[in-house]
Design a binder for this molecule. Structure first.
Ligand code: 5GP
Length: 212
């Protein structure tokens, strides 16, 4: 996927990024409940499953050796290291998108999101911001069973990421979960309604008087 692979299509993929602790996973899960027609892009990772996570649904959990073999064989559209673990999006997922009419959502850290943006046309990129930096620190402390140093590292990383988000198409400020999901829903429905995505439907309408 070195060249920009997709033009603007009727089906849509949305990429959501956020600093660790900003609430992105909860937003994506709630969004997917509301939009069962949207498929979640299941990434590969070398980290261990957390309680409740299911192999093949949340991630494909694989060993570091297996991950490195996949890198060597060019199986990833993008991959990155995050806090000592490897994460990657399979080219197969993107092929599935390009050959189907599926809508998809990706949960990717910013480097992966940018790599995907360089590789593929037509995605919609959304960054989720915590309401304040204090709030981010509170969330990092609440979720972490980690030492202060690791929390500070995550905070510094989040600051660096936030300083580099101007290329995203949309920013959602996560004041509360329901509102953030409403915003993501609005972005999705507006993007689905863009004229260039609907040219086929428009032509059908003009030829047959109906859109489907
Ligand atoms: P977690 O371990 O908390 O599930 O995810 C850690 C980070 O990895 C999150 O920011 C998540 O968005 C990111 N991530 C998940 N899958 C992928 C992937 O396939 N590629 C990249 N680059 N990042 C990913």
């Amino acid at each position: 996927m070195n060249d920009k692979s997709f033009e603007i299509r009727e089906n849509l993929f949305v990429v959501v990024s956020a600093p660790s602790g900003a609430g992105k996973t909860s937003i994506c899960k709630a969004f997917l409940k509301r939009h069962p027609e949207v498929h979640f892009s299941v990434s590969y990772t070398t980290r261990a499953p957390r309680p409740g996570e299911v192999n093949g649904k949340d991630y494909f959990f694989i060993s570091e050796n297996e991950f490195k073999r996949k890198i060597a064989e060019g199986e990833f559209a993008e991959w990155n290291e995050n806090y000592g673990y490897l994460y990657g999006t399979s080219k197969k997922t993107l092929e599935l998108f390009s050959k189907s009419d599926q809508n998809m959502i990706f949960d990717l850290e910013p480097n992966g999101a940018m790599a995907l943006n360089k590789a593929c046309e037509g995605g919609v990129y959304v960054f989720v911001l915590p309401p304040t930096l204090d709030d981010l620190m509170v969330r990092l402390r609440r979720r972490a069973c980690e030492v202060e140093e690791a929390i500070n590292t995550r905070f510094e990383k989040a600051l660096a990421e936030i300083n580099n988000i101007m290329w995203y198409n949309y920013i959602i400020i996560n004041n509360n979960l329901d509102e953030a999901v409403d915003y993501l829903h609005s972005i999705y429905t507006a993007e689905k309604s863009r004229t260039e995505r609907l040219t086929n439907k428009l032509n059908r309408f003009l030829n047959k008087g109906i859109v489907s």
